[in-house]
Write a protein that binds this ligand. Structure first.
Ligand code: NAD
Length: 518
């Protein structure tokens, strides 16, 4: 751990100050300084494994939010003018600093979000890959040229930054999702206003500190905290040119509408119901392990969790073995050795997940594995739900129509591949899906006919690497241009097209050209 690194955050992992001295507070990051908010409105941050309050986060005041945007606007003038090679150098240093501090970042994630330490490192690592990709900016920002479009005339395009961009992040990936946002926006020459989830702000503060250490000038990244008021502020402020949002449909649709109405570019990645279609010819051992890992990993709190299985034909008989494997997972606090499934983010989330399980039972599903009464020794107050499997689920049931976002696998059955495809295509979400098969023709038919933006073949969570883009579709996405990859560059830049004519002396026009050039 770098000396003083954790001083920039409210949370000191494993070294909590006595409560009598008051809870540590999360700072705002404005104009290159970590500052205490003057607000009187604070939210508690809890450790989900114990429900103890571990820190507090401010709802930034209007004048603090205005100062943050003002700082971004001022910094834009020089940052957008900084050479692309200098911006690339900042992110080359940044990726190394993230690597050097991956364990500390992961500890902060586990403490606030609850996921296991190994999974938290994965969270940082997948974000780090986006930063590494951002370092290819000199290639990604290339424009186009076409010489001699007519006599003595050439056309070329520049890819230019937009101005101040903003990001609003969810709680479930405290490192990866903010890292989808500000590094891509900033490396293009934009300045960035980040609003992390108020439930897990510490990782973003650490990432902001590391970016400052990497040489990002003051004002190029500002971080504010808050809930609805901060979101409305971002949607309405005229200097903010784009909004990148990841989170629930409720917030995402609202932000897409309000931000677009105000003339901003908005990309909004939202909720999911991801289906895993299991064909009877699949490699059984591999498929069952993949399903269990993808349904229950991170306690099901992943937008790409495989939360719905469709067993086709004879694959129905694999259910008892699926249940046995799920029973073998260890539910425990994320920092405990051997933990596979950590707690849910809050008691409200636990209560919601439990009531959706009950709704399945009430509507006629069969509860093959019930994780609602799981007890974790030493963590009796935590928000734990163990792996849960509901079978005999039908498409009308609430446990199927709603995103559960917990460690719950709902199982449906289909007679044929066509029936399975039609089921998946009738579901309004289009984030991810997977097929498990050893037959190439079956895999090809599925990948072509299924109307979902990200498809895995024997790959349960097909989140694309950053040279591609995150392409969730239908009810899981609003906007035109996706996160990271070439699409990310497109989102954070605008084109300027220059047409120039350099005539030799003897080709000078002798009279005004009043007709449209052809
Ligand atoms: P959330 O929508 O509750 O919160 C996301 C952000 O929006 C937070 O910063 C929060 O402060 C703000 N917010 C919340 N409610 C709001 C409202 N009514 N108006 C304005 N702003 C609001 O989401 P969450 O619970 O933090 O995250 C879980 C959700 O995110 C799940 O639905 C999951 O599928 C989705 N998600 C999607 C992706 C993806 O790429 N598609 C990735 C991760 C998570």
């Amino acid at each position: 751990m770098r000396e003083g690194f954790m001083e920039y955050t409210a949370v000191k992992c494993g070294n909590m100050p006595p409560l009598a001295r008051g809870w540590p507070t999360t700072k705002l990051f404005i104009d290159g300084k970590f500052v205490e908010s003057s607000t009187s409105d604070w939210l508690d941050i809890h450790n989900p494994a114990t429900n103890e309050v571990i820190a507090r986060v401010p709802k930034a005041t209007k004048s603090e939010m205005l100062a943050a945007v003002d700082s971004c606007s001022k910094a834009f003038r020089s940052w957008s003018d900084t050479s692309i090679l200098a911006r690339q150098q900042v992110f080359l240093r940044y990726q190394q600093l993230i690597k050097d501090n991956i364990k500390e970042l992961a500890k902060a994630i586990t403490l606030e979000q609850g996921k296991t330490l190994a999974d938290a490192e994965g969270d940082v690592f997948r974000g780090l890959q986006v930063v590494e990709h951002a370092c290819s900016i000199t290639f990604l920002m290339l424009g186009e040229t076409l010489p001699s479009i007519t006599k003595d005339m050439d056309t070329h395009t520049y890819r230019l930054p937009l101005g101040v961009c903003a990001g609003i992040a969810p709680f479930n990936f405290p490192a990866m999702i903010p890292l989808w946002m500000f590094p891509m926006g900033m490396v293009c020459g934009n300045t960035y206003l980040m609003k992390p989830s108020e439930r897990v702000p510490t990782c973003t503060m650490l990432l902001a500190k590391l970016l400052q250490d990497a040489g990002a000038p003051d004002g190029t990244l500002n971080v504010i905290h808050g809930q609805h008021d901060a979101v409305k502020f971002i949607c309405d402020h005229p200097a903010i040119r784009s909004i990148s949002f990841v989170g629930s449909n409720r917030a995402g649709e609202y932000i897409y509408e309000r931000g677009s109405k105000n003339g901003k570019r908005v990309q909004s990645n939202m909720g999911a119901k991801n289906h895993g279609v299991v064909m009877p010819d699949a490699n059984k051992e591999n498929t069952l392990n993949q399903l269990v890992g993808a349904a229950f990993g991170a306690a099901g709190q992943r937008c790409m969790a495989l939360s719905t299985a469709i067993l086709v034909g004879e694959a129905r008989s694999w259910l008892p073995e699926l249940v046995e494997r799920a029973k073998g997972l260890c539910v425990n606090a994320g920092d405990q050795p051997g933990a596979d499934v950590g707690p849910l983010i809050s008691p409200q989330a636990k209560q919601r997940v439990c009531s959706l399980i009950q709704s399945g039972v009430d509507e006629g599903a069969k509860l093959l594995l019930d994780g609602r009464n799981v007890k974790v020794k030493g963590y009796e107050e935590g928000n734990f739900v163990g792996p849960t499997i509901l079978s005999n689920v039908t498409p009308e049931m609430k446990c199927y129509t709603e995103e559960i976002f917990g460690p719950v696998l709902v199982v449906l059955e289909a007679d044929t591949l066509d029936d399975a495809i039609s089921l998946v295509n009738r579901n309004p979400y289009g984030n991810g899906t997977a097929i498990f098969t050893t037959n190439g023709a079956t895999a090809r038919k599925y990948t072509h006919d299924v109307d979902v933006g990200q498809v895995g073949v024997n790959v349960p969570i097909p989140v694309p690497l950053p040279m591609f883009s995150f392409t969730g579709s239908r009810g899981s996405f609003r906007g035109d241009v996706n996160f990271y990859g070439k699409q990310g560059i497109q989102f954070y830049t605008q084109l300027k097209t220059v047409t120039s004519q350099w005539k030799a002396e003897d080709a000078t026009l002798q009279s005004p050209a009043v007709t449209m050039p052809t």
